[in-house]
Write a new protein. Structure first.
Length: 123
């Protein structure tokens, strides 16, 4: 069985090739395809890491990134068939994305503190 990391890398490579050779300029759906495929590949790598690790801090970090990448894909897919000018403005001015970045940063800091505390208590 192919590991999910390899599948994620192949999706990234195929999306990169297709986007570079066939995408048209100022096309919202091509941009959505590219960013969704790239984010999907990162999601698959995070899922693979989540299932292969035994360290609880790494598993929790992978879960946080999986949720983060999944929400990013959903945000991108909500913009299908949006006019390109509106798409660019909505990508650059997105408060939900800012909140999502803040939440992932806080989650990762808490996970690191949890792991550090467990290591400190062992020693």
């Amino acid at each position: 069985m192919i590991p999910l990391s390899y599948l994620g890398l192949w999706i990234f490579l195929i999306a990169e090739l297709v986007y570079n050779h066939y995408a048209t300029a100022n096309s919202t759906n091509w941009h959505i395809f590219y960013f969704s495929a790239t984010t999907l590949s990162a999601l698959l790598i995070s899922v693979d890491l989540m299932f292969k690790q035994m360290n609880k801090a790494i598993i929790l970090s992978s879960v946080a990134f999986c949720v983060f990448f999944f929400i990013l894909i959903l945000i991108e897919l909500t913009r299908i068939n949006m006019p390109f000018d509106e798409y660019i403005v909505s990508v650059n001015d997105n408060r939900i994305l800012f909140m999502l970045h803040s939440a992932i940063a806080i989650a990762l800091i808490l996970i690191c503190m949890y792991a550090w505390e467990k290591i400190r208590l062992k020693g």
